[in-house]
Design a protein around this ligand. Structure first.
Ligand code: FAD
Length: 898
């Protein structure tokens, strides 16, 4: 790197001698004291304007890049920073051993391509001084220092709805007005106060990892206490132990940590970067966590334990933060799969730590891997083999008080020469709500976020026009390589400001509908993961009184970026814009499909699969069978028996699913999906197993005749014939003949609904209930959802046409045996559960059937599955979001058949 750019910044500052409302900084050579009473604002003095386009708070990597982009696009700005240099995290966290744990190949700016040649990282995981130097280097290279006011803490900001500007109050007494206000205040910039009694009493030196003295600390020969075992302590403990005469580590919750194997940057990544940097960066931006990774395709439960451990060992040896978690596809959503990693990590601790009791104490139990930030270390666990290092389990020996000379814990009292608090951060929202931010109608952000942060895209918040957060709650943020996330947010804000200016708008504000939609989407994403089960700082659980929600967005960096881009491309969907004499409100919700369903849709789109309605029935059947062969099998049941029963036109195959519990069980006659054209008695196997197990019912899944070979009313007649046979033979099948219900999915839901009507009209059998999952109920296909959800959700409008064309003549379609909704009378039918899916062409006809049944006095439970598509609820063990509706379906069957 060139000399002169890599050293300490040579800026000098003076303040407090300019006219009111104007801050002045000196950027010339060191003149010593500022001239008293100086008001001449020429020469080497820079006038800091008190009214600008944009005020940015924070001069970490986010604030620095934003300043660069604002300048490049002609916006006037002020960047206000509490510290006295750039770097943010890397300015404040100077504790020994502080390093990045995302590899420097990835933890670097990408916006200035020259940097790649001008800066060479010395290590894979660079230490804090080197990262700080990098920030300083960039700041000097791009003259950023001249745009930043250091030692200025922002204390408040108020939106003025008449002037459409923010007024920002600084600790210096200065007031600045700005059209736009950006919090680039960092997610981990406010150390959490230790909630331990007596902290004020201690007379010796106290250190906080997130506010470490710039001159460093010498612990040589000292008795030192470290409180906390998160990432900062895991990095610093080996260094402190190397100096201290005695080290006691106070641990509340052990953490998963893996060795960093630090050294030069990984050769494979360097080679990929050198080979095609642009492609590498593009991959990072569209990846799940901001680092190019191969997406796992193997379940941790789909291989033997030995194989799983061998695969994890390979990931372990990479020394990359994300490698272990990316070994298997299901560790984020399946506790059992996650436990395989936990076991592996614990086995590693046992290998290293000699004292078995200490090893056990250091072994995390009770929280899933990845639901607390995993750590990377250099000799952390080894440190506990040293004779002068002791681990105290705070769960057994809580600290009762800090004293004047040391710490009282359990039944012990011990003196220390220094105490180190490594008690973490008030993460994600701490720095934002530390500033008194008042939006429209006197609403403060702190008050609005009382029960959890509410944002649109993690970037904006309703009631706070022209206010933006970088890596705020509701964005991938701390669940990503932050460099990628920071750059994406800066660029989105920059582009938005440019768009507003070009279109003549002065303000932008999210709409309540969009914000609520984003909250729901974030919750949907969180709900399918294991995060919510763990008390972590991701969940706000480390700060007493903080609302307990998953603060970052877990949907992935790439998907999030696409969402932000889409919002902009769709004319700022979910935003209200206004300017002199003009306004635009483009209300709407950007992500409504369940996140796991969305991923499947995207995967299928990428695979470019042919549409089934372009195939012959034989081809469609083969295609459907091949797809079914790849899905998870569903839960174990007690027994499965295949057989045949007499149908209306000949024998029909069936599969019986018996629960493992003691019978006789109530019986459900089940009809599969497949548009009357494909599918069989085994094609809905996972769903049948799931219902059998969770409803504790015996299921007989029947293979009715298929079109076009056997057209209407073959399927309907077979369905009713099968129901009659099963009812007559229930006892010999091991079922209870007095408790029988029908169930079916899609075309099978149609067959089930028709069978229930035929049973009512033809003297039995008497049914206790009907479960209809996204059923076909009306051959007219006139319902709005056929148009609204015509394409893009697997079952398309044209595929439905194809099914009907194969199954029934137009003239037959209004017959109640084809369209149960059109039956003249629905009274007297058994209680029903009707499940419809939001993004299903069949949604409205299913909803209409539920309403019509209710209107006829039939007890109905109507579940409108939000964010689901026609097929998603049947995808057992593949889509976690289908589990709650299936649980409701099982509960309904239990109720019907109680
Ligand atoms: C020890 C540690 C290690 C980390 N390692 C990694 C890693 O390996 N990979 C990764 O992706 N991320 C890592 N992070 C996260 C890290 O915070 C981000 O990568 C990144 O540095 C954040 O940059 P930022 O500019 O958004 O925020 P920060 O760097 O936190 O900067 C925010 C700045 O805002 C200033 N500020 C806050 N409030 C005010 C106010 N009211 N008035 C004035 N100024 C204010 C602060 O002083 C600070 O300088 C780590 C964090 C820590 C603490």
């Amino acid at each position: 790197m060139p000399d002169g750019l890599h050293g300490e910044p040579d800026r000098q500052k003076c303040r407090g001698f300019a006219p009111k409302g104007v801050g002045v900084e000196w950027f010339g050579p060191d003149l010593g004291e500022c001239p008293p009473g100086k008001t001449d604002l020429t020469g080497g003095f820079r006038v800091s304007k008190s009214d600008v386009d944009v005020v940015v708070v924070g001069a970490g990597f986010a604030g620095m890049y934003l300043l660069h982009e604002l300048r490049a696009n002609g916006f006037s700005s002020r960047v206000l920073e509490a510290g006295d240099d750039v770097g943010g995290t890397w300015y404040w966290n100077r504790y020994p051993g502080a390093r990045c744990d995302i590899s420097t190949t990835d933890y670097s700016y990408t916006w200035d391509p020259e940097l790649h040649d001008q800066w060479t990282w010395s290590e894979k995981h660079a230490a804090q001084p080197e990262i700080l130097k990098y920030a300083q280097f960039v700041a000097k290279k791009h003259d950023l220092y001249s745009g930043i006011d250091f030692n200025v803490k922002v204390t408040g900001a108020v939106w003025n709805d008449s002037t459409k500007r923010w007024t920002i109050n600084a600790s210096t007494g200065e007031t600045i007005t700005a059209r736009h206000y950006v919090m680039a205040t960092g997610c981990l910039s406010v150390p959490k106060d230790p909630d331990i009694p007596g902290t004020d009493r201690y007379q010796g030196p106290v250190y906080v990892t997130g506010r470490w003295p710039h001159e460093g600390v010498d612990f040589t020969g000292k008795r030192v206490a470290v409180i906390g075992t998160g990432s900062s302590s895991i990095q610093s403990i080996p260094h402190i132990a190397a100096q201290a005469s005695e080290l006691v580590v106070f641990q509340r919750t052990p953490n998963y940590s893996m060795p960093a194997f630090n050294g030069p940057q990984p050769a494979d990544r360097v080679a990929r970067l050198k080979g095609d940097r642009k492609a590498y960066e593009a991959e990072a931006r569209l990846s799940s966590a901001g680092v190019p990774m191969e997406m796992p395709t193997v379940s941790a439960l789909g291989v033997s334990r030995d194989e799983a451990f061998a695969m994890l060992e390979k990931s372990w040896q990479k020394g990359e933060l994300l490698a272990i978690g990316a070994t298997f596809m299901d560790v984020g959503t399946n506790r059992e799969a996650n436990e395989v990693i936990c076991d592996f990590m614990r086995s590693k601790i046992k290998e290293v730590v000699k004292d078995p009791e200490t090893a056990e104490l250091l072994s995390p139990r009770g929280h899933a891997y990845g639901t607390k930030r995993p750590c990377m270390d250099t000799n952390y666990f080894q440190t506990f083999n040293l004779p002068h290092v002791r681990l105290v389990d705070l769960r057994k020996k809580p600290i009762t008080s800090i004293t004047e000379t040391g710490i009282e814990f359990g039944d012990e009292s011990k003196d220390f020469d220094a105490i180190v608090y490594a008690t973490g951060f008030d993460a994600m929202t701490g720095a934002i709500v530390n500033v008194d931010i008042t939006g429209k109608n006197g609403l403060t952000l702190k008050k609005k976020w009382e029960h959890g942060p509410l944002t649109y895209l993690g970037l904006t918040s309703v009631g706070f026009p022209n206010f933006y957060m970088i890596t705020g709650p509701g964005s991938p943020s701390v669940l990503s390589n932050m460099m990628v996330s920071i750059e994406q947010h800066v660029e989105w804000i920059r582009d938005t400001l440019v768009d507003l200016r070009e279109a003549g708008f002065d303000t932008i504000e999210a709409t309540p509908v969009a914000e609520e939609g984003w909250r729901v989407h974030c919750t949907d994403c969180a709900d399918i993961t294991l995060f919510q089960d763990t008390n972590s700082w991701y969940m706000g659980a480390n700060v007493p009184g903080k609302p307990r929600v998953l603060f970052p967005y877990i949907g992935g960096v790439g998907r999030y970026r696409q969402t932000c881009d889409e919002v902009r491309a769709r004319g700022y969907l979910g935003f209200e814009l206004s300017g002199s004499g003009k306004a635009q409100r483009n209300d709407g919700i950007v992500r409504q499909v369940q996140p796991d369903v969305d991923m499947v849709l995207e995967m299928m789109a990428q695979m470019g699969l042919p549409s089934m309605d372009s195939m012959s029935p034989a081809e469609a059947r083969a295609f459907s069978e091949a797809s079914s062969a790849m899905r998870p099998p569903g839960p174990e049941v007690g027994e499965m028996i295949d057989g045949t029963l007499p149908g209306a036109g000949g024998p029909l195959e069936y599969r019986l699913y018996r629960p493992a519990t003691k019978g006789p069980h109530p019986v459900v006659v089940y009809f599969h999906g497949g548009g009357w054209v494909f599918g069989s008695h085994v094609s809905d196997d996972p769903l049948c197993r799931d219902l059998c197990k969770n409803a504790d019912v015996l299921i007989v899944s029947v293979n009715y005749r298929h079109a076009p070979e056997d057209r209407f009313p073959a399927a309907a007649d077979d369905g009713y014939a099968a129901l009659q046979w099963v009812a007559a033979n229930a006892a010999s099948l091991g079922g209870d003949p007095s408790r029988i219900a029908v169930a079916g999915w899609s075309a099978g839901g149609n067959v089930a609904a028709v069978a229930a009507q035929l049973a009512r009209d033809n003297g039995g059998p008497s049914l206790k209930g009907q479960l209809l999952l996204t059923p076909v109920t009306d051959g007219s296909r006139q319902h709005g959802s056929h148009h609204e959800n015509a394409d893009g959700f697997i079952l398309t409008k044209s595929l439905m046409e194809w099914f009907w064309n194969h199954y029934a003549d137009e003239s037959d379609r209004s017959h109640p045996k084809a369209s149960p909704l059109l039956a003249s009378n629905l009274a007297g039918l058994p209680p029903a559960m009707v499940v419809t899916a939001q993004f299903d062409p069949l949604r409205d006809e299913g909803d209409a059937y539920a309403r019509a049944l209710m209107g006829a006095g039939v007890p109905v439970e109507h579940l409108q599955a939000r964010g689901h598509i026609h097929t998603s609820i049947t995808m057992v063990d593949a889509l976690p979001s289908g589990k709650p509706p299936r649980a409701q379906m099982a509960a309904a069957l239990r109720r019907f058949l109680a």
